[in-house]
Write a protein that binds this ligand. Structure first.
Ligand SMILES: Cc1ncc(COP(=O)(O)O)c(C=O)c1O
Length: 471
């Protein structure tokens, strides 16, 4: 059977790929044009011949890998996409092959049981009550719930839907009235405003929470946003806070915000897509102080939990709110049946859902909880060291003391030069960084997410930036 031979070859290529990346023998990024790649990969020919196996597959995979962006390269600093663990990647492979669309239990009992386990695992980290495995006991006492989604954007969308339907259960059937609003810092991820647009709250009804110079919510100004909502005659669906923000990686003061939301009777959602992973670190979880007072939270396992894309978790404190969010009927799925498990389909936007929990579980179980904690501590600690180093360089400005593993800085030159520096680095291919705007100025931005990245890589990056600016 060619499957085993092809599989072994592919794993061997991936192993080479990994080593070349970690050893920096290949560029972290290399971008050919679409046409060049179509040709190099022989896309049309393979389609015509149906011959993608053995040597042809081998050549194809090698060319493919040669044209990837190498997240395992220590010069990878660009986006908040995790550097996947090999065991987690095997989880993706098993899931792809078995194709157990586990939103209904009978279509993937192991996958569904693992998702259930991982949701409970995260609920316990927040100190919310886990779901009973005996489904008959569901909602017979106060407990949390959750679902793994295909990404943080969908997790945020699901959270907003849950909050909206919790506030007004008639909307699901009757449609939105025009008096809904959400309160969100300007520094929130764009998926939150997008979700408001998708679910009919309207992007213009996203009322901004005032933030300080670094983009963190100012507690004393929150009442202004509530007042704006009152003045506009709006009902507030939810207040959303960052843990942490995408641009600067700072945490909003969760504890204080939670108290205000409680007092006002407003749903409190925490976007922990990136920084929710601090729950795994004794050293850094104080940034999430008060999280157990929130109503919902999301965490992307494919960001800081080393899990291959894509796997996000939406978690709610009160299971009933999620259970009542989607009460659609699909009689072929939702009929009385004898089954030992739980159908996640009632909690999800998706109908067909991949076994996302498998790669998540396999990653965490392979690294171990202590290993994940050490990884988070390493990346957060190194970001602090990078901050201390860069801020002492006379030709650099570092505006924000980091709290997570995201760091913004600027070479002392114009906005245009920052963009030019990034383009130059990408062209050269030794480093891949991103850039962001902060207080109307353009900054270079790094996310120290690769477990192999060391202080020497940061120093080399700074030297390359100087070089870029000089060219
Ligand atoms: C804070 C935050 N929330 C949500 C998202 C969206 O997550 P995803 O890319 O998984 O849809 C991101 C992505 O970077 C993010 O940083």
């Amino acid at each position: 059977m060619s499957f085993i031979k092809d599989g072994k070859n592919i794993i061997s290529h991936l192993d080479t790929y990994y080593n070349e990346s970690v050893q920096k023998e290949k560029k972290v990024i290399k971008q050919l044009t679409i046409d060049a790649l179509h040709e190099k990969l022989n896309l049309s020919l393979h389609l015509e011949n149906g011959d993608l196996t053995a040597e042809k597959l081998d050549a194809f995979v090698k060319t493919y890998l040669d044209n990837t962006t190498r997240l395992h390269h220590p010069g990878y600093f660009a986006h908040q996409v995790g550097v996947p663990h090999s065991t987690g990647a095997l989880g993706s492979f098993i899931d792809g092959f078995t194709n157990n669309a586990m939103a209904i239990y009978e279509m993937g009992p192991a996958a569904a049981a693992i998702e259930f386990f991982m949701i409970n695992y995260l609920l316990k980290k927040i100190e919310w009550e886990p779901m009973p495995t005996d489904i008959k006991k569901r909602l017979t006492f106060d407990h949390g719930a959750g679902v793994l989604t295909h990404g943080g954007s969908i997790a945020n969308l699901t959270a907003l839907l849950t909050a909206r339907n919790h506030m007004d259960n008639s909307i699901r059937e009757e449609g939105n009235s025009s008096d809904l609003a959400i309160l969100v810092p300007d520094t929130s991820h764009y998926s939150v405003a997008k979700a408001a647009g998708i679910i009919g709250i309207g992007e213009n009804n996203v009322i901004r929470l005032e933030t300080d110079a670094n983009g963190r919510v100012i507690i004393s100004k929150i009442s202004n946003a509530f007042q704006t909502a009152v003045n506009k005659g709006k009902r507030i669906v939810t207040l959303v806070a960052n843990a942490c923000s995408t641009g600067t990686g700072l945490y909003d003061p969760i504890d204080e915000i939670a108290d205000i939301c409680k007092e006002k009777g407003v749903w409190f959602h925490v976007d922990g897509a990136h920084g929710g992973a601090a729950l795994f670190s004794d050293k850094y979880k104080p940034y999430l102080k008060g999280i157990l007072k929130a109503d919902s939270m999301i965490i992307d396992a494919h960001k800081m939990l080393r899990t291959p894309t894509i796997c996000a978790a939406l978690l709610v404190k009160n299971a009933a709110t999620l259970d009542h969010t989607f009460e659609h009927t699909a009689s072929y799925l939702f009929h009385d049946k004898k089954q030992p498990g739980f159908d996640f389909i009632g909690q999800a936007i998706e109908c067909t859902k991949a076994g996302l929990g498998l790669k998540f579980y396999m990653t965490v179980a392979a690294i171990g909880e202590k290993g994940i904690e050490a990884y988070i501590d390493h990346t957060f600690d190194l970001t602090r060291q990078a901050y201390e180093y860069i801020r002492t360089q006379p030709d650099f400005d570092v505006p924000v003391t980091p709290e997570s593993n995201i760091l913004c800085f600027r070479f002392n030159a114009s906005d245009a030069v920052q963009i030019m520096i990034r383009d130059y680095l990408i062209e050269k291919g030794d480093f891949y960084i991103s850039s962001t705007e902060l207080n109307e100025k353009r900054y270079l931005r790094i996310v120290i997410i690769n477990p192999e990245t060391k202080m020497n890589d940061i120093k080399a990056l700074i030297a390359s930036i100087r070089n870029a600016a000089a060219n």
